[in-house]
Design a protein around this ligand. Structure first.
Ligand SMILES: NC(=O)c1ccc[n+]([C@@H]2O[C@H](COP(=O)([O-])OP(=O)(O)OC[C@H]3O[C@@H](n4cnc5c(N)ncnc54)[C@H](O)[C@@H]3O)[C@@H](O)[C@H]2O)c1
Length: 233
């Protein structure tokens, strides 16, 4: 295993030469497979090494950044940078295969992407999926979650305001207008994250620090929904 330092500054002929020597010392043969495990920097660099060492070794891409999975590992382009410019020395060289395998998230952190979704999904359901686009409902839900976080002492009013102005700057709705609160509350209990009738809320413990809580008082949820329904963000 050859481990290279992270970052674009290492996508250079110097690193390539280091790997050539590393392969030569280990008597790499044409039949050996190079497996590039990493982001686009590793994929581009390892692909170039594979294309050129011994006039070509088979190689495989195992992209581990989203960009590499969706772009860099696909298409067979590989290159390194020169001081004069990016990707100036390279080749078109297809990998034998691309292994993109993040299929099941097991750490439980993916739930944090559901910030704003508990109220958002419920608003979508309660309005028959016809009034709000998904992203719009999530925006309203984020506003609700921020108010809940504020009331629970997790977010300052300045932080809530920062989020509010950000959503507003994208032209997203901050409130839902008059709403059947009972229907929204009922829809929330059908949320997939409910366990033992307790809703698992994704809240912010300050900006950039999402966390989950299942102890949000129902009265606080109710008053937050009322507020959103009165068009008060
Ligand atoms: N060949 C192509 O067609 C093509 C297309 C688009 C981009 N690119 C190239 O891709 C590069 C950018 O790719 P990128 O955004 O993946 O950047 P990157 O390879 O620098 O990776 C981004 C960050 O993620 C970290 N990382 C990646 N995998 C990790 C892992 N398994 N564990 C821990 N940390 C990990 C890296 O250390 C790095 O800090 C650029 O050099 C660009 O030129 C190539």
């Amino acid at each position: 295993m050859f481990i290279m330092p992270a970052g674009e500054t290492h996508k250079t002929l110097e690193t390539v030469q280091f790997i050539y020597r590393w392969l030569a010392e280990r008597k790499a043969e044409r039949g050996h497979l190079i497996v590039a495990v990493g982001g686009g920097v590793v994929g581009d660099l390892a692909g170039f090494v594979a294309a050129t060492y011994l006039r070509g070794l088979p190689f495989a891409q195992v992209p581990t950044s989203l960009l590499a999975m969706m772009d860099a590992a696909i298409g067979g382009k590989c290159a390194v940078d020169l001081p004069q410019g990016k990707n100036l020395v390279g080749a078109f060289y297809q990998p034998k295969f691309v292994l993109s395998d993040d299929e099941r998230e097991t750490l439980g952190i993916r739930i944090l992407l559901n910030y704003g979704h508990t109220i958002g999904h419920a608003i979508e359901a309660a309005t028959g999926y016809g009034s709000f686009l998904h992203g719009e409902a999530v925006s309203v839900g984020m506003m609700g979650a921020a108010r809940i976080g504020e009331a629970m002492g997790m977010m300052s009013s300045d932080e809530v305001e920062r989020q509010r102005s950000l959503l507003e700057s994208y032209g997203l709705p901050l409130t839902c207008g008059e709403m059947d609160i009972a229907a929204v509350s009922n829809a929330m209990l059908s949320d997939k994250k409910v366990a033992g009738r307790a809703i698992r809320w994704v809240l912010l413990d300050g900006i950039g620090n999402a966390t989950t809580r299942n102890d949000v008082p129902p009265e606080l949820v109710h008053s937050t929904l009322e507020r959103l329904s009165r068009d008060e963000p």
